[in-house]
Design a protein around this ligand. Sequence first.
Ligand SMILES: Nc1nc2c(ncn2[C@@H]2O[C@H](COP(=O)(O)OP(=O)(O)OP(=O)(O)O)[C@@H](O)[C@H]2O)c(=O)[nH]1
Ligand SMILES: [Mg+2]
Length: 712
Amino acid sequence: MKVYQTNEIKNIALIGGAKSGKTTLAEAMLFEGKVINRKGTVDDKNTVSDYRDIELAKQNSVHSTLMYTEVHGTKINIIDTPGFSDYVGETISALNVVETAVLVNNATVGVDATTENAWAQTQKTNKPVLFVINQLDHEKANFDGVVAQLKDYFGDKVSVAQYPIETGENFDSVIDLILMKMLKCPKGGGAPEMLDIPASEKAKADKLHLKLIENAAEGSEELMEKYFETDTLSIEEMRLGIRLGMRSRSIFPVFAVSAKHSLGVARLLEFIELSCPTPTGVAGERKSTSGKVFNSNPEDPTSLFVFKTSIEPHLGEVSFFRVYGGSVEEGMDLVNTRKGNKERLSQLFVVAGKNREKVAKVCAGDIATTIKLKETHTNDTLVNAKLSGEIIEPIVFPEPTIQMAVRALNSSDDEKMGSILHEMHKTDPTIHAGLSRELRQMIIKAQGELHLNTIKWYFDNIYKIDIEFYAPKIPYRETITKSARADYRHKKQSGGSGQFGEVHMHIQPFVEGMKDPTDFPVRNKEEHDLPWGGKLLFHNCIVGGAIDARFMPAILKGIMERMERGPLTGSYARDIAVYIYDGKMHAVDSNEISFKLAGRFAFITAFKNSGPKIMEPVYNVTVRVPEENMGAAMTDLQGRRALIMGMDSDGKYQIIRAKVPLAEMHKYATTLSSVTSGRGTYSMKFDAYNQVPSDVQDKLLKAYEEEQAEEE
Ligand SMILES: Nc1nc2c(ncn2[C@@H]2O[C@H](COP(=O)(O)OP(=O)(O)OP(=O)(O)O)[C@@H](O)[C@H]2O)c(=O)[nH]1
Ligand SMILES: [Mg+2]
């Protein structure tokens, strides 16, 4: 494989609406660049990009795929990403290592929820965007309608660079507003024929050309001056202006294609080659955590960043990386700056989907893969020893939106399931799984129901383990609302030495600044911050040596054990002050176990008499919904015992802030998605523990009783 120099490289990510035709466009791009000589289709299940079993089965992209094509000696690295928003992790990792996002739109659909999500990711990563309106061969294609929507959603910096003369079956020609030519595209691909703009299109073309020049001139002050002086810009100046404007997100050019028939794709590639930002510019740079800029300078010491990891049959872990300085050669030793270990890059590959070719050297700005790295995974930096202190800023993956408990139907598979989920996190950092000690459940967190279905598909079809997702338990807490007293005598006489311990206990709710009871003196006070939140105050108030101080730790232990498994529902108890004010010892039979048991049972009785309450976690939830779905979203929230805290508007959207009990948030992602046709999003953050309403408490008590009865 040829080695491309830094100035012969461009990097793009294909992102955008689900099913808009990104994978088909990638195929057409590879075909135009002669990387493949036959074009596959998604429907025939033979594209370069959607090659994995799951993608063939579902006929949509699930993982991002690295490919490349070539235009006039420039290598364009292409990362095709899945459109469904549940796979947003793939879009984000791709955007982090390219200079340009090619945001593909379906001309028959326009801006849908997935398009908006893709756009939001380009905002977060501050990436230049090139809009492509695809499927113009479709009879229902509506180019102008989609342009209007793009402007409506994304602002008037959306600038038409091409428009089709006719859409539908006869789509083959576009007016190119940079070249000011009519491009007639040959059926099946290839360079377009350049024709003069027909008289009937002249007025429209001139008007849009002027608008594009204006937008391009805004890219720099010099161009602006030139434009004011001469009323125009040359093609070269327009290219420069567009490149600068894309870089600062002040222009978003729009192109017109049919990926299926390779119409307009050759010109699109030429535009990417000539006008899109370069790997060495601002749009392609990355900073280290210490603030050092890595801008793909070939003269710098070698540095690279791993943005994706995949596991391939027969190969094991494949690391996808971009070079951010110098060059990487086969056999080079580099340092992993997070872990400090050395890694040898024994083999380097340029890939197009599942096809890989060896390459001797990868230059700054280029993207390639390697295998058999020992301890290097996604988000790791590998560098020449001179840079060993530099960690390139990691990719920030989104918070999970859905949480479920998961188990293997055959419990003997549980452990295997756990380790597979752990491995999955390596290749998809938006999947999190772990055993919750508190809930005694394996909890999985992901990006939505479709994401969970994808995980299940792997278990069903690849690992052949039956798993099921079910509602996770809620981490309730128990506390008390008034004071109470109880005593307990533990006495056992069996043969030789017996057991004896008696404890008298007063308990009351712990609140900051509370007053101790006055009818006994507090001799010693311990304040325990509980690992699950809240406090336990433990007071020794014994007078006259009724219980030896040496038995106090045993009493505390007995209480702690019940705090860990609260008397009402087995949840953690919190915020309780305990006073041991009396008791009895036996000279021979008293020992630690006796006082532990006496402490425990006195505590249970006192607890039950002290107005015990179940507390539930309440979250601050922020929901973003389209204006028109506001009513439905509010009604739904009210049905979830939500306390609405406020509302703000954000363009076409409304933001609702509410406090909602976690118990009511189960499957919220799914409901919100259906209420808002996929456009609604939300985030949630723990706020506080609040007492549950009495009807909810009754239900929980009953459920716990039944559960206990079942276990016995
Ligand atoms: N008529 C027409 N159909 C197209 C065109 N491009 C793609 N399609 C069809 O649209 C469907 C989706 O195409 P894909 O290329 O898989 O779309 P995608 O954007 O990669 O989809 P995801 O990765 O799942 O988001 C397939 O049935 C394609 O054949 C086009 O230019 N014209
Ligand atoms: Mg796809």
